[in-house]
Design a protein around this ligand. Sequence first.
Ligand code: ZN
Length: 93
Amino acid sequence: MKTHRNKPMLTPIEAPDDATALTSSSALPALPAGAPRHQRLATVVVERPRCPSCNGVRLQKYRSIADQGDGSALAWVRCLADGCGCRFKLLME
Ligand SMILES: [Zn+2]
């Protein structure tokens, strides 16, 4: 008699055990040792930057500060949309 259930269709993508070895950054905390295997992870949405003038998404960075010292990044951006060319600063916290 079969009592074993089929696996669910959706299988979460699991990071390999050595995932932390791929990044040199120690900012990301490792999962606790006793974490459940199929833990539900929260989704954080990061929207793409848009031009404040025309709402376009074709942007070109022409200068940037990768890390201002507090983890935030600042970039100077030009909109590439036809007839716009708006320049603005982009702050990524
Ligand atoms: Zn624009």
